[in-house]
Design a protein around this ligand. Structure first.
Ligand code: CO
Length: 467
């Protein structure tokens, strides 16, 4: 079956502000926050094209809920990459798989001098009082939650430097802190794990781990007492990156003979306390992790190899004739007493963009995962899934020619059941050529409402609900 997915990767530039959306169904009256979703929306600058799904210029979409009504605003993230590219009429910052068409010497200079893109198209979060957009290069952009105006670069109150970070910080509710890491490339590269106390914008280095071959890690794991870095054997060659002026993607090297190493860091002391080796695999997303009877339980969306990364070149996706690798959801058990590791598959025909009831079940034993799930053999995610670990069963939401995005779970205030809440997903109807915000009931996984956006919004990345 050929799926018409091209619409999901087309440039969309229209911006609107505070438009009340037409709603079918009933919006739960307890919804009073704001959902912000990030994603690429401009895939070319005049005649120059971005190559990969991770490269396009970011747009923020906002859905605000009040008195069972939804207002929608969308705006480009106007950082330096966006503004300078549009001003000059060409791409001027290197992205994940695109480099500017500058002479070689100029490109080398840019790669070697921390000339990072601030095209923060991957995720959003809140640090201190600031709402920020994030990607994997260090610059963060602050935006106004009410207007979605870009306020400028977000500056931490410290001098920590580095080259590569994640757009998936962890919230440690137990200690009221945010945790993330940043890799610094040098002759002696390091993974630098940092904490930010609630309300603060100052990063404190918890642990600095020397690394010979830095790995590409899109996210990490956290339990009550530990941080887990999953070093897949997909290594970055920083010197090649700096000295050849080539895009980041071309400096990732798959060396399966090294296997995957889980580095276990004590969250209190910052000490590296464990080193677990297992078979080679690749993942973007950790789902959840927790401690149980002397074991660390680590759930991940696991691929056999990193070919998923190269399957997301835009020309491949737009052609419709693609094959996207299908991951497995796997559970890794790290036995702290004898340094042994075991794993088993939780879900074969697995999901991506995994979300859980994070506020109440992060770092705890849990049952439900929500995600997008492939519906046929080419691997393109066409339906939403709710997976129960305990019963090993799935519930699905599917509508032909409708492409769902990441499902964001919001617990109902006062709820005591893990799945008592709602799920948001921004869906693209490729026939009617418009998008809508779908709201599913968390327990039944059935639609309770949808709000129509009068445009077709390209498929996005991650989003967050701000209360
Ligand atoms: Co991600």
């Amino acid at each position: 079956m050929k799926i018409n997915v091209e619409e999901g990767f087309e440039t969309f530039t229209k911006e609107i502000e505070n438009k009340f959306l037409q709603v079918k169904g009933t919006i739960p009256k307890w919804l009073s926050g704001t959902l912000v979703r990030n994603g690429p929306s401009k895939f070319h600058v005049e005649k120059e094209k971005y190559n990969h799904l991770f490269d396009g210029l970011a747009m923020l979409h906002k859905f605000s809920f009040e008195n069972k009504k939804i207002s929608y605003t969308n705006k480009f993230l106007r950082g330096h990459s966006f503004e300078s590219s549009l001003k000059k009429g060409k791409i001027v910052y290197a992205e994940f798989a695109t480099i500017p068409k500058f002479p070689l010497g100029h490109r080398i200079f840019l790669n070697a001098t921390r000339h990072f893109t601030d095209n923060a198209s991957v995720n959003v979060t809140k640090i201190g009082k600031s709402h920020i957009a994030m990607t994997e290069t260090p610059p963060r952009l602050e935006f106004d939650l009410h207007t979605l105006d870009t306020l400028g670069p977000f500056h931490y109150d410290d001098k920590i430097r580095g080259h590569l970070t994640t757009a998936h910080p962890k919230f440690d509710y137990h200690n009221n802190q945010l945790i993330n890491y940043i890799t610094n490339f040098s002759m002696k590269s390091t993974y630098n794990i940092y904490t930010i106390k609630g309300g603060s914008i100052k990063r404190n280095i918890l642990s600095s781990i020397p690394v010979k071959r830095p790995a590409y890690m899109h996210s990490f794991g956290m339990t009550k007492n530990y941080i887990i870095l999953s070093e897949f054997p997909l290594f970055i060659d920083p010197f090649r990156l700096f000295l050849t002026g080539t895009p980041f993607i071309d400096n990732l090297f798959w060396k399966p003979e090294h296997g995957t190493t889980f580095l276990l860091i004590d969250k209190n002391s910052g000490k590296l306390v464990g080193n677990f080796k297992t078979e080679p695999f690749f993942a973007f997303h950790h789902v959840n992790a927790f401690e149980e009877k002397g074991n660390i339980i680590l759930d991940m969306i696991s691929y056999e190899d990193p070919s998923i990364i190269k399957s997301m070149y835009l020309d491949k996706l737009r052609g419709g004739n693609f094959s996207i690798p299908i991951p497995q959801m796997k559970r890794y058990c790290l036995d702290l007493n004898n340094n042994r590791i075991t794993s088993h598959v939780l879900l074969k025909n697995s999901l991506e963009f995994p979300r859980i009831n994070y506020r109440n079940y992060s770092t705890k034993s849990y049952n439900y995962i929500y995600g997008v799930n492939p519906h046929n053999s080419n691997g393109f995610p066409l339906r939403l899934v709710k997976f129960s670990i305990n019963s090993s069963s799935c519930k699905y939401w599917y509508k032909e020619n409708n492409l769902p995005g990441e499902p964001v779970f919001v617990p109902r205030p006062g709820s005591s059941k893990e799945d008592d809440g709602i799920i948001f997903s921004l869906v693209l109807d490729t026939i009617k050529q418009h998008s809508y915000l779908l709201i599913l009931d968390g327990i039944s996984f059935c639609e309770i409402a949808r709000a129509y956006v009068p445009y077709a919004i390209p498929l996005g990345t991650h989003g967050e609900y701000f209360q």
